[in-house]
Design a protein around this ligand. Structure first.
Ligand code: ADP
Length: 542
């Protein structure tokens, strides 16, 4: 028996149409200078999105052609989010933090036709543009000098000028919910970046999951400060979730150094924000050195992308009364897949046991762990294996890139290693490429890092495995100390004793000014391993 329900497609257009009509008086604020924001309602953004779609059509964008963005998080980027998928084309958010070679590789691979660039990012795009054969037009957002783009042989137009020439209505086409809406490349920490292509349906379902109370619980009373950039996994889905729920957006533009987000929170009073742990750690450090700004508007701070140390959560709890909610996901999972909301009825200490995990799967996502032979392991909180995931917003392949190794029986192999407890909370201990194998046993680099960073003098800690004659590999702790701190390797090792297993205690230590970060703000262990192999790190062995 078939249902009697209407077969109504789940599309980005329907998300945007809802936001700009039902919540048309809500909108987005963009930080345009420290302490200064520009404002636009969703109704205005909807009208400008129609103009943008008209302009792109006029520039020859048809069918599922790709329109790329090379932008910070700002109103114009949101307009591209609203216009490009809704006109049936595919939005490709380029990561501005990648090297020019990688940007060119990705844009050519996706066959981007048009790139929208913020004027402040022109110098970065200029290195890549001459190598991007598929692009014929660049739309420059802002009045900054575009001279550096001129030699690339592309048509260079001003975003505002092309929008001004178009009407505020667009004949939005009907699109199939299973068609591509947007794409995002993984940062390619191993091999070339891989393209993940989101469908209208997957974005719709993911946005709704983000709005649920068990998800990010976003609603029309919220104002969301998206510190996680709009070029990183769709800013964790927050822009579409905001349009779907009517939440206001607060877009930080290029101002991501701790001082400005703190000022923005103090002044603009967002209720929700999301960023990777390194950013919240910087914010914590900044506030400890410069107390005063008020963070109390935040009811929820979303944090993921790498493991959130317990010490960071406790500091936010105690020092600012702000709750960090730990989530796990990947570009491949749109990204929200698991979220660490503790079970009901627990006290603070018991809740913390669950809050530090990577969380439970959100409805729609299945998670399991498997052994080396792909056999499912029990959710007993002890067995450790590779995490596999499947669901309606989990990718089933990569764009023009066969990688059967990444898939197993309809599940995506995440490359993350961990355990699942009987309540389905997942705890990740490592990524397959980062595990440290010492004397045949695994040492969790993540657990070591999160413990070391709990020391009051430590600002950052990354742990990698380095070759060892006797044990095959041993941990090397690469540490950044807080300003003015002088703790020694011996003292840190003594402090760690009793907090981790004795045979985990690193004998190799290196003190550096900063740990290198990837394009998505994680410790770049590939670079650290290379630096160590090239003897560029000063290592103290105790
Ligand atoms: P990239 O791998 O390109 O940096 P992704 O955002 O797709 O970007 O990274 C996904 C990976 O990030 C996951 O496979 C996992 O290793 C890591 N990750 C994400 N969230 C968490 C978390 N809460 N705890 C630990 N690791 C996480």
């Amino acid at each position: 028996m078939r249902s009697t329900m209407q077969d109504f497609p789940l599309t980005v257009r329907s998300i945007v149409a809802h936001g700009v009509s039902v919540h048309g008086d809500h909108g987005a604020r963009t930080v345009i200078a420290p302490g200064q924001v520009s404002r636009a309602t969703y109704a205005e953004i909807g009208a400008r999105a129609a103009r943008l779609a008209g302009a792109l059509r006029r520039l020859g964008i048809v069918g599922d052609q790709r329109v790329a963005t090379f932008q910070w998080s700002n109103q114009q980027h949101l307009e591209a989010y609203a216009a490009v998928p809704a006109m049936g084309a595919v939005l490709h958010t380029l990561n501005i933090r990648l090297a020019a070679e990688q940007v060119a590789y990705i844009a050519n691979h996706a066959e981007d036709q048009v790139i929208i660039v913020d004027d402040s990012l022109i110098p970065l795009l200029a290195g890549a543009l001459p190598k991007i054969d598929s692009v014929h037009t660049v739309l420059v957002n802002g009045d900054g000098d575009a001279f550096a783009l001129e030699d690339a042989g592309k048509q260079i137009l001003r975003y505002e000028e092309v929008l001004a020439a178009e009407p505020e209505e667009f004949d939005w086409p009907a699109v199939d919910e299973r068609d591509a809406a947007s794409m995002c490349y993984t940062s390619g920490t191993t091999g070339n970046p891989k393209g993940v292509v989101y469908s209208h349906r997957s974005l719709w379902l993911h946005s709704q999951a983000a709005c649920t109370a068990q998800g990010f619980s976003i609603n029309a009373d919220d104002t969301i400060l998206t510190i996680v950039p709009m070029f990183h996994a769709n800013a964790w889905g927050l822009p579409y979730a905001a349009l779907m729920s009517g939440a206001n957006l607060l877009l930080p533009g290029p101002f991501l150094q701790a001082q400005t987000p703190v000022g923005t929170i103090d002044q603009e009073r967002p209720t929700v924000s999301g960023a990777v742990p390194t950013i919240w750690n910087d914010i914590l450090n900044h506030l400890r050195n410069n107390p005063g700004p008020d963070l109390s508007s935040l009811r929820l701070v979303l944090c993921g992308g790498s493991a959130v140390p317990r010490s960071l959560m406790e500091a936010f709890d105690k020092e600012f009364g702000v709750r960090i909610l730990h989530a796990w996901g990947m570009t491949e999972t749109s990204p929200l897949a698991a979220i660490a909301r503790p079970p009901a009825g627990l006290d603070e200490e018991e809740m913390m046991r669950f809050r530090v995990t990577q969380g439970r799967p959100i409805a729609g996502v299945d998670l399991r762990i498997v052994d080396d032979n792909g056999i499912e392991l029990p959710a007993d909180g002890k067995s450790i294996g590779e995490l596999e995931v499947r669901g309606p917003w989990v990718t089933g392949g990569y764009y023009r890139d066969d990688d059967p190794e990444k898939f197993h029986d309809g599940w995506l192999r995440t490359g993350d290693i961990g355990r699942v407890d009987p309540l389905h909370y997942v705890t990740l201990t490592d990524r397959t490429k980062d595990v440290i194998k010492s004397g045949g046993e695994w040492i969790s680099s993540v657990e070591l890092e999160n413990t070391i960073i709990g020391h009051p003098d430590v600002l950052q800690a990354a742990v990698i495995g380095v070759p060892d004659e006797r044990w095959q590999e041993r941990p090397l702790a690469v540490v950044v100390l807080r300003d003015g701190a002088s703790v020694t390797a011996e003292e840190l090792r003594t402090w760690l004793t009793g907090r981790v297993a004795k045979w985990w205690l690193p004998e190799n230590w290196s003190f550096v000014d900063a740990v290198p970060l990837t394009a998505t703000g994680k410790y770049d262990k590939k670079v650290l391993r290379r630096q160590h192999a090239d003897q560029l790190l000063t290592v103290q062995t105790i």
